[in-house]
Design a protein around this ligand. Structure first.
Ligand code: ADP
Ligand code: MG
Length: 354
């Protein structure tokens, strides 16, 4: 990316004085985001996501490091020049931040009024934006009359009014139900494609990242602990937190509940083995399981299985109980570039009875 990055964060540091001492919100964070990318930042509450996002337009000024937007070093600008550069960056929020007494139209028009556009210029911008977010028929309503999804659409139209190159989204779907979330994410994707807008989106929900992000950074305690394409971070996370977040998308299977006393963390003589097999890469859709049974003459009991698409690539996870010799099976699966992990062991029912 280098010179052409739309956003470049260089060694950002930020500390706050909290009630119980100094808090490090950003700890040496460097990141480049390309033009036209939808970039996700995920992490737990308090990880530093909002601070990172707000540093992109210097709403939060870092103590250390530099922020470049479109090649311009914002950290070096005086306040009047910074104000102009900030117009390249729109922002949407979890709680919409609409003005309650203003109509939908006037909420979207506000940034343009502040920028000194004429009534006519404002109308020529606001009308198409209301069409874009499918709220043309609600122009004269006040926000209180709108649903959550409609309010966020107003927020999006307002953020786009000044024709920014970048849209920052701080948990913009966290207050919405799953169906409305999908429709807002669909709108963001549409805007990204139609207008070539770069989007940086922070969330604590991996399902949001999976839905629209090209790349994702996982944050923990002010640091980026994992960074990669959404597919790679979801299918082969390396940092423990990234793994935990990625696994959170899988249906939960409580092995100790399922097998009770028979479940064991360590191998047991004459018992079975529980495997998690992740299907991605060239063999994501091949009939691997039936082939295993034939090839190795093992008994295999499928406990759970899902198949999903991440960035249009198939990805499946299966949890199985395997009776028989495990090593050759694992070796074979690994030779197919499948992810294999032993989840535990199960004592045979017979032995428990004895
Ligand atoms: N204005 C502030 N004053 C004091 N502490 C703050 C302030 N803003 C953020 N923090 C602290 O910085 C850390 C990161 O916060 P934040 O960036 O909001 O995290 P996230 O968005 O991931 O939940 C947290 O410990 C938070 O309490
Ligand atoms: Mg936050």
């Amino acid at each position: 990316m280098g010179e052409s990055a739309m956003i470049k964060l260089d060694a950002l540091g930020k500390r706050f004085h909290g009630p119980s001492g100094l808090v490090t919100a950003l700890d040496d964070v460097s990141l480049e985001i390309a033009e036209g990318e939808i970039f996700g930042v995920i992490g737990r509450s308090g990880a530093g996501k909002s601070t990172l996002l707000r540093a992109i337009n210097l709403l939060e000024r870092p103590d250390q490091g530099r922020v470049f937007v479109g090649g311009v070093d914002l950290t070096g600008l005086r306040s009047d020049a910074l104000r102009l550069e900030r117009r390249r960056v729109g922002m949407i929020f979890q709680h919409f931040n609409l003005l309650a007494r203003r109509s939908v139209y006037d909420n979207v028009a506000l940034p343009l009024e502040l920028a000194g556009l004429t009534r006519r210029e404002i109308r020529d911008r606001v009308r198409p934006l209301l069409e874009l977010v499918e709220l043309a028929d609600k122009a004269d309503q006040v926000p209180a009359k709108l649903s959550g999804g409609q309010k966020q659409r107003v927020g999006i139209a307002r953020a786009l009014a000044a024709e920014p190159r970048i849209l920052l989204s701080d948990e913009a779907t966290s207050a919405l139900d799953p169906q409305t979330t999908r429709s807002i994410l669909g709108l963001l994707k549409d805007i990204n494609q139609r207008l070539g807008l770069t989007i940086v989106l922070i969330t604590h929900e991996m399902s949001v990242v999976r839905e629209i992000c090209d790349r994702v950074a996982v944050m923990d305690a002010g640091r980026i602990v994992e960074l990669g394409s959404t597919f790679d971070v979801l299918t082969r996370p390396t940092h423990p937190l990234a793994r935990e977040i990625a696994r959170g998308l899988e249906p939960e299977l409580k092995l100790d509940h399922l097998f009770g006393e028979r479940f064991s963390e360590v191998p047991v003589l004459g018992g079975t083995t529980l495997l998690r097999i992740a299907f991605s890469g060239p063999h994501a859709e091949a009939p691997v399981i039936s082939d295993l049974v034939r090839r190795f003459n093992v008994d295999l009991n499928i406990l759970s299985g899902t198949i999903d698409h991440i960035q249009d690539r198939p990805y499946g996870v299966m949890k199985v109980e395997l009776a028989g010799s495990v090593e050759p099976v694992v070796a074979h699966l690994k030779s197919l570039e499948l992810g294999v992990e032993v989840l535990g062991y199960v004592r045979s029912a017979l032995r428990t009875a004895l």
